[in-house]
Design a protein around this ligand. Structure first.
Ligand SMILES: NC(=O)c1ccc[n+]([C@@H]2O[C@H](COP(=O)([O-])OP(=O)(O)OC[C@H]3O[C@@H](n4cnc5c(N)ncnc54)[C@H](OP(=O)(O)O)[C@@H]3O)[C@@H](O)[C@H]2O)c1
Length: 293
């Protein structure tokens, strides 16, 4: 019998890739549903995937979105109430008889020193552990796609991007690799191998933001500079971009542990789970070049 998988955060960076890869998973007897705040969301119009309404701020949408769902890809937006959002969804998932949850978490969720993003993700993981629903946790490092989401406008207009990361190295991961791990775990024959597993998900190399700028320059054929800024300037920049105080403080904490070298760990999870080597930053830069020109 076909299994039905609901993908939350489906319009976002990771979720949209999970939906795409689930749809193209060969030989899988699965039904894929994409959760979006509006049932009329047009993101998936060309993919023919069923869109169901799920708005974390509208509790009445949760139970109907979870009806007849076997497996759940759970992603909450990065915000201060993410543990409550997780709790509400997991409670409803339990009521609905959901059999398995893959949760998008963060690298270092249980590490010390703990910082706000990791602490909240760990609390959300614990909500799932305590629910009794079988689970797998994916703990990715910084996404390579952050260069598109957060820096591409600056790269396009100023040939530079601004981060308070010093010379520290990070093992950036391409979200297509995170999605590939999620798809293996959600697949009909794969789930049993991944229950209660926790995967640190990183790229195959750790590079500094300066090295990232060099690679981008080479791959997109245009000089890109990394400018190492102070926390104070980073705060101002994020404020100008409309970020709230909680997000700004969390990001400053995150860049603090980046500078201290905590995000340079390299994990073998992508290759171990998918059989493929992680996408390199060069490949990412080449394939997303259009976003930076
Ligand atoms: N960026 C990184 O480097 C990084 C690294 C590790 C872990 N993470 C974690 O990854 C997650 C973010 O993933 P992402 O970058 O793929 O997300 P994203 O692109 O920011 O997208 C967020 C998703 O959440 C949905 N959403 C927002 N508010 C919602 C609501 N009230 N109800 C239902 N859905 C809602 C959005 O839908 P709409 O389209 O309707 O807004 C969108 O699909 C966070 O938990 C973050 O901590 C991020």
């Amino acid at each position: 019998m076909a299994e039905t998988i609901l993908v939350t955060g489906a319009t976002g960076t990771v979720g949209s890739e999970v939906v795409k890869q689930l749809l193209s998973a060969k030989g899988e007897d699965i039904i894929v549903k994409a959760a979006a705040r509006s049932a009329n969301d047009s993101t998936f119009r060309d993919l023919g995937v069923q869109v169901v309404q799920l708005d974390y701020n509208k509790p009445y949408t949760l139970s109907s979105a979870l009806r007849d769902i076997d497996k759940l890809f759970l992603l909450t937006p990065f915000q201060s109430n993410m543990v409550d959002l997780t709790s509400n969804l997991v409670n409803e998932a339990k009521n609905a008889g959901v059999k398995y949850i893959v949760k998008q978490s963060v690298l270092g969720a249980d590490a010390e020193p703990s910082i706000t993003p990791s602490r909240l993700h760990r609390q959300a993981e614990k909500v799932i552990e305590e629910s009794g629903i079988p689970f797998t946790f994916l703990r990715p490092n910084f996404f390579m796609q952050n260069f598109v989401t957060f820096y591409s406008n600056f790269i396009k207009t100023q040939g530079a991007f601004y981060v308070p990361a010093g010379d520290a190295k990070a093992s950036f991961v391409d979200v297509r690799d995170i999605a590939a791990v999620a798809v293996q775990a959600l697949s009909k024959n794969g789930t049993a191998n991944h229950i209660r597993k926790v995967y640190d998900i990183t790229g195959g190399e750790a590079i500094s933001y300066g090295q990232a700028a060099e690679i981008l320059s080479k791959e997109i054929g245009k000089k890109v500079n990394y400018v190492n800024i102070s926390d104070e300037d980073a705060r101002k920049g994020m404020k100008d971009m409309g970020a709230d105080e909680w997000t700004i403080n969390s990001m400053i904490e995150l860049f603090g542990i980046t500078r201290a070298g905590y995000l340079s760990e390299i994990s073998s999870a992508v290759e171990q789970v998918t059989g493929n080597k992680p996408i390199t930053f060069s490949q990412f830069a080449r394939e997303y070049a259009i976003a930076f020109k």
